[in-house]
Design a protein around this ligand. Structure first.
Ligand code: SF4
Ligand code: SF4
Length: 118
């Protein structure tokens, strides 16, 4: 039987980075301000989502989110972990009492390009 994860029992223990590699994170003005306070320039971490309305997302490079760091053992971590956007903090749960069968983007959003926000 497949496990079902909830906020209470979920723990990211693979550090595979797939969520930060494959998904795009929408970011609020307050979150942009918080990251700027850490010394990052907007042009280095922010880009506009392809839409008519001004929605901003975290910039990505060919390795995923610009804040994702890959370690020698293959595991990943977030260099702004304590200041990461709310959406990252909540992942993979987007609603109260949400349940998921997997946190892997390919399983959660098969074939889709998804941007998520809090
Ligand atoms: S996809 Fe899941 S296991 Fe991999 S880093 Fe993200 S939360 Fe952790
Ligand atoms: S800010 Fe951190 S947690 Fe959020 S997508 Fe980027 S690397 Fe992942």
């Amino acid at each position: 039987m497949q496990d079902i994860f909830t906020k209470e029992n979920f723990k990211c223990d693979r550090y595979c980075g797939q969520c930060c590699i494959k998904l795009s994170v929408r970011i609020s003005k307050a979150e942009i301000k918080n990251i700027r306070k850490l010394g990052y320039k907007e042009e280095d971490f922010l880009e506009r989502e392809l839409s008519d309305i001004p929605i901003f997302i975290l910039k990505k490079n060919r390795k995923g989110c610009v804040f994702l760091k890959k370690h020698k053992d293959g595991k990943h971590s977030c260099v702004i972990y304590k200041n990461r956007p709310k959406a990252c903090e909540q992942y993979p749960f987007f609603k109260e009492n949400n349940k998921v069968g997997s946190c892997l983007p390919d399983k959660m959003f098969p074939g889709a390009f998804v941007s998520f926000s809090k």
